[in-house]
Design a protein around this ligand. Sequence first.
Ligand code: FAD
Ligand code: SF4
Ligand code: SF4
Length: 486
Amino acid sequence: MTPKEKLSIPPQAMPEQDAAVRRGNMDEVALGYTEEQAKLEASRCLQCPAKPCMQGCPVAIDIPGFLSKAAEGDFGGALEIIRKSSLLPAVCGRVCPQERQCQKFCTVGKMNKDPEKAVAIGRVERYCADREAAEKAAGAARPVPPAAPASSSAPRRQRVAIVGSGPASITCAADCARAGFDVTVFEALHKPGGVLVYGIPEFRLPKAIVAAEIDSLRALGVKFEMNCVVGRTRKLTDFLEKDGFDAVFVGTGAGLPRFMGIEGENLTGVFSANEYLTRANLMKAYDEGGHDTPYWHGRRVAVLGGGNVAMDASRMALRLGAEKVYLVYRRSEEEMPARREEVFHAREEGVEFMMLSNAKRIIGGEGGRVSAIELVSYSLGEPDASGRRSPVEIPGSERLFDVDTVVVAIGNSSNPLVPATTPGLETDSRGRIKVDPETNMTSIDGVFAGGDIVLGAATVILAMGEGRRAAAGIAKRWQRRLAQMD
Ligand code: FAD
Ligand code: SF4
Ligand code: SF4
């Protein structure tokens, strides 16, 4: 196919559930490409010799390589290429902010002067992974796992404790297991997966996909100890000093919700987005009768924030039966950090956007329950440190707005428990664990860290990259120790 012919193929639209239907169910919104669509979309790739898209992928997947296989219909071959760099293609194909990563650099988008017309790399990646899962479900042979990044010739098996079970930990555990190490994951919650199970809603990332990845880890011999809060149930250093582990990886994430610090935040009916989403996702509160988790039947819900978490919380509120959901953000839509696709979906489903506004105070009514918020308007001033125009409060613009539920979605900080209970574990001023950039080892010999606990709230693919680097660091240190023992 000539470049001209490739450029004449229209971008393939993602089939989706109708907005009016999906706001009433938890099923996945994006239904996935058909085989024909996946081939056509992959055929749009010009196979640029400089591979600019790869510089936007944090784990440097050979994107033109896998798209070329997919265009030929060799989806297994495509997946093999993807898996050399990424462990969770079904997850990343769904949740990576592709428009800011790989697709941002795509030549096709640039030639069309429209980033929306870039090759839909993530969607093809998702198709390849979903196709394999469907074949597996139908009884086809399991694929051979990708090669280990480290040597597997250890005479004694190194024992590695992994704290947390989010994408950073899953990747570190898989790479360590493939290197021949004896791996145990210690997780505070009752289900493994981190934000993939408790934060990102089912309608964006079906939990069966995460469960299948955890099953593959189990198949590799990784053990799981759930309901183990490291720092409380067991001290981090106990793993090394008392339990016979040779190395520890800390992937405890950034699950500490930030609040506004305004009057009324302790009223009944105010939630952090984390709690709100955890109740619905992990504890299945939406399934009344099927699960015991109580939830608040908000009718008029205000979600404060403009990121992906705010989009998830507002779309979840609709699915939990709210009549009205308002997204309150103090800058304009242009400055909103949320993905364009999420903003589009939220609006399509009926979330009402209240831009250039913020809550100044939350007002309580009968029984200490939320009855309203006091809103204040903003204008946009000069750009701030983030490069976005800064919000400037308009004096005298205060007004009351009736709501019965407020969800605060203004970001999360690093989980503080492990650093607070581990003397000698160095953190920066924002509580993020400091690591060696090449090996991800912390200030304590044998203790490694990665993901959001190191980066601050980031992305799934960046967390996975960190887990992989730490696993390589763990393997390298073990090789050195073995050499010293000889
Ligand atoms: P996490 O996924 O946070 O996992 C940490 C795990 O450690 C948790 O299971 C936690 O229970 C456990 N833990 C914490 N403390 C302890 C302890 N003391 N002992 C034992 N276990 C402990 N990123 C994207 O790329 N795309 C998206 O669309 C996207 N949407 C998001 C939506 C929401 C609602 C949220 C909250 C985040 C979203 N992110 C998204 C960000 C992304 O999920 C994170 O960057 C990523 O999950 C970080 O991975 P992690 O492994 O570092 O930590
Ligand atoms: Fe793009 Fe994410 Fe896939 Fe990398 S892992 S190619 S950034 S979708
Ligand atoms: Fe293909 Fe776009 Fe990458 Fe070029 S930049 S190789 S067109 S995906």
